[in-house]
Ligand binder design. Sequence first.
Ligand code: TYD
Length: 140
Amino acid sequence: MSIEKCSIIELPAIHDPRGNLTFIEGPDGKGHIPFTIKRIYYLYDVPGGAERGGHAHKNLHQLIIAMSGSFDIVIDDGFNKKRIHLNRSYKGLYVCPMIWREIDNFSSGAVCMALASNLYDEDDYYRNYQDFSAVVHQKL
Ligand code: TYD
């Protein structure tokens, strides 16, 4: 898959003097994201200078949102790379399968939430960049 398939999705935001509200529906509903959510996880209390990610998924689709604070995601399809800064709770980065991702540059208090299309499955991961790169190059 190409990093061109990974895009920033702007989510609805209901502005209100009492506080703003954002919601997300999958393909069964308003279709803000192209997959049904089966799992949610989030990173928090990330120490300054830490890096997360460092893997690709074979089949998983994800939407990654900076719920609070900010961080960068570097997406890499084995041919091209792009660094994307996330800092809004109403914008998410859609990451399709077969994309290597690194997450760094976390601000203090950052919360990184991931909506995922499937349950946790270690067999769905490439955790070694060389293995990932070999597969995407052979698939051409
Ligand atoms: P990992 O996916 O490597 O984290 P990140 O990509 O954010 O750096 O997961 C770190 C650990 O947490 C690993 O031991 C697997 C475990 N884990 C689960 O048990 N369930 C989950 O849904 C996730 C995302 C991770």
